[in-house]
Design a protein around this ligand. Structure first.
Ligand code: CAA
Length: 399
């Protein structure tokens, strides 16, 4: 892919990108979605397609090989792809997630060394925060250690639920450098797949997003050059959280896309399927379901686009808006896909129709990048401060 020469800053440019993404999705993604789910294989050809069309580094500045676009454009692209295939939308979203620690916390040298290869899609990125004992409590329960020895750090430990971890050329890994300091004792590292002691472990068998491989990563005396420390020691947890502020809207976009895809399918079905002498959508029981689904999808969309604008503006309340967008879109995705299955009745429960896959895919959006319980915790803290800690924290998360 040629390095893009112009930054994207107008609505016209966004419209052109979205028109081209819709075409690519219709021609290349939608026809493969059922097969990608059934085979549970990462669609490398679609990664190449997205790379050729400059979709893997949309909000990355042009000086680092990205498109220089907005987060708003980025979330709209993820949404368009997720309408047809949730697994494929993660190719774009997780590349962003893996690049953001470098963009947010990296030195100029690190940005120049890694971002162009990742934004172009030559390399695949991943983000490794979660461990078997630390999902929601990402800081407090982290066990992976990084010890400085000479001009390198030695990493020991394991990460689980790492999306694309087995495919990644570069993984941003969070590890404890000083266990006495809590979150301030966590540092971030750029780990390349060929670093000694980096091992890919078992692949998860999952309910949904089956074309997006999720693996365990092991670090057995993994040697990471000191120059691959991201920023300074002790800054890792803040970088991890700032990344999530910008990546949670991407997962919200995935959720919204899944919901929109299911709503469109169910609506078309309800216009054609006849029962008791008329299309089922004209029976109030089904028509009112569709009305609620449509209203929820549009409400979620407005919230998400506003959160993406906050990312673009660098607004001080971006943490709150990213959490609200993820919470709303994830819950809407689950509710709308469940209702879409209901509208199709027995056909909805069959793998011959896409809505059962969409319902399975929707569930993860309520779990990863912070469970819905964690989003509520973040929102409550933004409203009333730490006194809201009584709100229950969820368990597993991902990444
Ligand atoms: N921006 C900047 N700094 C932040 C921040 C933010 N959004 N959030 C917290 N911090 C800072 C705090 O200010 C604090 O620093 P100071 O002491 O200097 O003020 C420090 O970080 C620690 O913060 P908290 O005390 O709030 O930390 P906590 O232990 O209470 O945890 C939490 C906060 C919100 C629960 C956090 O642990 C969390 O988000 N948990 C969920 C983890 C998660 O989302 N994992 C997703 C993995 S990725 C994934 O899922 C991807 C995938 O598979 C595709």
């Amino acid at each position: 892919m040629a390095t893009p020469q112009h930054s994207l800053d107008t609505q016209d440019e966004e419209s052109l990108i979205l028109a081209s993404v819709r075409q690519l999705v219709g021609q290349r993604v939608a026809p493969r979605a059922a097969e990608i789910d059934e085979r549970g294989e990462f669609p490398m050809d679609l990664k190449e397609l997205f790379a050729q069309n400059d979709l893997l580094g949309i909000p990355i500045p042009t000086e680092y090989g990205g498109l220089g676009g907005t987060f708003l454009t980025y979330v709209k692209v993820v949404e368009e792809i997720a309408k047809a295939c949730a697994s494929s939308s993660l190719i774009v979203a997780v590349q962003e997630l893996g690049m953001l620690p470098i963009l947010i916390g990296g030195t100029e040298e690190q940005k120049r060394r890694y971002l162009p290869k990742l934004a172009s899609g030559e390399w695949i990125a991943a983000y490794a925060l979660t461990e078997s004992t630390s999902g929601s409590d990402a800081a407090g329960s982290m066990r992976t250690r990084a010890e400085r020895r000479g001009d390198a750090y030695v990493l020991n430990g394991a990460k689980i639920w790492i999306t694309h971890g087995g495919l990644a050329d570069v993984v941003c890994v969070f590890a404890v450098t000083d266990p006495r300091k809590g979150p301030k004792g966590i540092s971030a590292f750029i780990v390349e797949k060929n670093f000694k002691g980096f091992q890919v472990g078992k692949k998860e068998r999952k309910m949904g997003i089956r074309g997006s491989p999720t693996v365990e990563l092991n670090f057995a005396d993994c040697i990471v050059p000191a120059e691959n420390l991201l920023g300074s020691e002790g800054e890792g947890f803040k970088v991890a959280m700032k990344v999530l502020d910008k990546s949670r809207p991407g997962i919200a976009a995935q959720a919204l896309g899944i919901a929109s895809g299911a709503l469109e399918y169910a609506t078309n079905y309800a216009k054609e399927r006849v029962a008791f002498g008329k299309p089922i959508g004209q029976h109030q029981g089904v028509g009112f379901m569709l009305a609620d689904m449509q209203t929820e999808v549009e409400a979620a969309r407005l919230l998400l686009y506003e959160a993406a604008r906050k990312c673009d503006e660098g607004a001080p309340d971006v943490t709150l808006w990213a959490a609200m967008a993820k919470l709303k879109c994830g819950d809407v995705a689950m509710a709308v896909t469940t209702d879409a299955v209901q509208v199709l009745g027995g056909f909805g429960y069959s793998a011959e129709y896409p809505v059962e896959r969409m319902m399975r895919d929707a569930k993860i959006t309520q779990i990863y990048e912070g469970t819905q319980q964690i989003q509520r915790l973040v929102i409550a803290r933004a409203l009333v401060g730490r006194g809201a800690d009584a709100a229950s924290k969820g368990q597993g998360t991902g990444g």
